[in-house]
Design a protein around this ligand. Sequence first.
Ligand SMILES: Nc1ncnc2c1ncn2[C@@H]1O[C@H](COP(=O)(O)OP(=O)(O)O)[C@@H](O)[C@H]1O
Ligand SMILES: CC(=O)OP(=O)(O)O
Ligand SMILES: [Mg+2]
Length: 402
Amino acid sequence: MNSHVLVLNSGSSSIKYQLLNLADGSVVAAGLAERIGESGGHFRHTWNDHRIALDVDLPDHDTAMRRILAAFDEEGPDLTGISLAAIGHRVVHGGDEFSAPTLITDKVCDTIDRLSALAPLHNPANLAGIRTARSLFTDIPHVAVFDTAFHATMPEAAYTYAVPDSWRTEHGVRRYGFHGTSHSYVAGKAAGELRAEPGDVNLITLHLGNGASACAVRAGRSVDTSMGLTPLEGLVMGTRSGDLDPAILMHMHRSAGLSSAELDDALNHDSGLRGLAGENDMRRLRERAEAGDRRAALAREVYCHRIRKYLGAYLVELGHVDGIVFTGGVGENDAGIRRMSLAGLRDLGIVVDDERNARGDTWISTRGSGIAVLVIPTNEELEIARQALSVAQTASTFHDGI
Ligand SMILES: Nc1ncnc2c1ncn2[C@@H]1O[C@H](COP(=O)(O)OP(=O)(O)O)[C@@H](O)[C@H]1O
Ligand SMILES: CC(=O)OP(=O)(O)O
Ligand SMILES: [Mg+2]
């Protein structure tokens, strides 16, 4: 049985990829094409000790995909020799239409395209990657794995916005939630750490990357999450504001004349850490804060203040919590953010061990802490590969059976 899966995570200006062997979960080859459509494009590919790192202009996703395939041809491994079992694509918005990984057809592409209105930063890029890959790999099953899927289990009270009826019924306005592949992967891993089945524990998972979201997981299922109709709501992110008073938009429209496109751009690209302190790289902000820069320190304080609000909300919503999980580039690496997010919560049963936290252990809570605090590296690519393989195998069994 062939167990190799190529995973493509196409972003608006990048394509990250991994070739995985699911027989043992190993990454065979991996790479990244970045600054697509901008100047100063860059490309990296790694396979064993074969490495390419190039500065190369990548005007569009098609060129970037061809560059990726050329790297497999030039440096290896030889994709034709491997014969892929599936290609897994990360798709951010699945709307109401997709709550499970799905074999991609022309009709599925049309639906992903239609959902672009709800995720304009992500879905068009995801789709560009899918279209190019499908035209280049015609004989291999392509599977879409949706960020929204894990959150399909949210109860109605959690996903319903209190807006006019027609907004909800005619315009699809509801909470969908994102980063589901990551939340579900780390929740599964955390249950293992707690020596429990996923169905037996309640968790709060914090995915803190460039985008960031919190998720309340009851017995292995998402029951609430901080991102909403789009990936703009909730936590403070690298360049996105997260929660704000919606009247700020009307105010900025009236007082500064900003159009809806300008508001969209400002809240998605010029807000969050960048809006607070001029840049979105948390490593730089930590260095600046440590050197006494007040704007950088405030940005980190606002970031943690928002995390604490969601922790409080989800502790109450779940009623009983077994573990809090940090993941994503910031969650996995920034001990200061973890410490500030959980400081002074002994009365709620949350006690962080400063030494373990500073070392970045998996368990960073003390032995006496009622709620375990865990740092678990996410692996969206592995999870996407597993789901893609499973769909491809089911499809081929079905195909063989008719
Ligand atoms: N050692 C570190 N300390 C603090 N922040 C880090 C560290 N390494 C990465 N980060 C931060 O993680 C963020 C990116 O997270 P990541 O999960 O890779 O994002 P994404 O997958 O959404 O692009 C950036 O803000 C980066 O500064
Ligand atoms: C949905 C989302 O915010 O994704 P990312 O963190 O990759 O931008
Ligand atoms: Mg990520």
